[in-house]
Design a protein around this ligand. Structure first.
Ligand SMILES: [Zn+2]
Ligand SMILES: [Zn+2]
Length: 124
């Protein structure tokens, strides 16, 4: 079973997830743009019981970030843990997006990801 390890920029928060994720996505929505300061977020969802974290985080609207450096690392809700894949130590990862959300907010200079299901807004 694969184990994916990651953490925040300053190293205070560490995360680990076991096994393959349930799904891997990209989101171009306004909230994801603002929380990341970038054009989109790249994440995967695991069952919460396959997820571990240590270090002190703070939270805004269910989105957890390092209380020291502010890196976004995960969201945990409804039995799932959504991990921001940019926090993984090994890059590039083996995790390719299978869907894209809020493609109506995608920058015009970005192309759709080949083979990924496209959603104008959230998953229907
Ligand atoms: Zn940090
Ligand atoms: Zn989003």
């Amino acid at each position: 079973m694969p184990i994916f390890n990651g953490g925040c920029l300053c190293g205070q928060v560490r995360i680990a997830v076991r096994g393959e994720p349930k799904r891997v996505g990209i989101c171009h929505c306004t909230d994801c743009r603002q929380e990341s300061g970038s054009a989109f977020t790249y994440f995967a969802v695991w069952p919460a019981e396959q997820f571990e974290t240590r270090g002190e985080t703070k939270e805004h609207s269910g989105r957890s970030f390092c209380s020291r450096c502010g890196s976004r690392v995960f969201s945990a809700n409804a039995g799932d843990a959504e991990i921001k894949l940019g926090c993984l130590y090994d890059a590039p990862t083996s995790l390719a997006p299978t869907y894209e959300l809020w493609v109506k907010r995608r920058e015009t200079w970005l192309s759709p990801i080949t083979g990924a299901e496209q959603f104008d807004e959230d998953r229907s």
